[in-house]
Design a protein around this ligand. Sequence first.
Ligand SMILES: [Zn+2]
Ligand SMILES: [Zn+2]
Length: 428
Amino acid sequence: MTIQALKGFKDILPDEARLWQHIEATARDILHRFGFTEIRVPILEKTELFARSIGEATDIVEKEMYSFTDRNGDSISMRPEGTAPVLRAFIEHGLQTRLPVQRLYTLGPMFRHERPQKGRLRQFHQLSIEVLGLDHPRLDAELIAMAWLILEELGLSTSLQINSLGCQACRPAYKAALVDFLSSRQDLICEDCQRRSQSNPLRVLDCKSSHCQEQYETAPAILDHLCPDCAGHFSQTKTSLELLAVPYAVNPFMVRGLDYYTRTTFELITDALGAQSAVGAGGRYDGLVAQLGGAKNMPGIGFALGLERLVLLLGQQNADACPETTTDLFVAALGEEATVKAFPLVHLLRRQGLRVAMDLEGKSLKSQMKQADRACARFVLILGAEELARGEAVLRDMTSKEQQTLPLAGEPEAVCARLIETITTKEP
Ligand SMILES: [Zn+2]
Ligand SMILES: [Zn+2]
């Protein structure tokens, strides 16, 4: 019996890893343009961290976390999201004293025990982005515009929905209105919603049952209950998005799966993966730092992009695109003598920064040309017995199919330099 990976855990094979690297590099580049720096946090944290931040009565904490007692008897959990660990680190290391506004991102695996499906795994990957120390609505717009830009530069089209969830001052009244509404409809909504209308009423609004959704069409909307401060904040967020030409739609029933959100929330949605799904989402969490024992007035906002979904979308769009060239040069040395000559040359070329492949056994030309194709080599340098006897090699341009001979005379360093010069003048 062979051993297979756990259900919901997936290997990322080399062809797909190229897509991942492309997405990660594009995102990092844009993050750095916006002044973000990377922070890396552990995968395991005290369970309490997530219970206190995400909320006891959320699906994530109630049903989905990988929590266990370790050998010391402590309850620990594998991180189900990135914000809580980053904020824990922010508080623990007093980062706010170094810079009044911190722009941080982290990238890595998160874990939730959900039913695996397309684009949803138990180990999934997020790019998680946080800004701490500023509550100005222009920041909300800047952050949303950055998320938009990442997707745009990846060539992905999504739609943006925004909402405001209010604050400590105005949400209780809305909650009360919603609870009133829900209690008049207890027999028309699902069991989960019935239970949640007590424990966490806002969350009923993202129930996946269409029966429930039908009922909620007439539910009171948070936007009608915002206090003047929250209404002003939301209005300025919208104006700022317009200044940056980021198109949005307001969805007053978009709550998010996490308890800590306040004011602006947003989702980037695609319908290219079957059912409508979010590739990125986030929002403001002004009370969260205080809730975790940090500074009392430390506003924050963040979002996460789901990398699996981006990979699926990107893979769909370039389904038949040839993988980009990964090898600058394939050195095809035929036979033992040529291979011995080529071996140190290849090492030199690699030291010079070229991506070079060779067959270490000196197999037949046919076999090596096949390998060169598979490696998507831009050039092939052929070193056969005849060429070697004449003191030269044949360089083949795999795009134009043109060939030319190159002298092999002189020190390996000189041969290497000639080769690099020839290749670079030919490259577009
Ligand atoms: Zn408010
Ligand atoms: Zn429901």
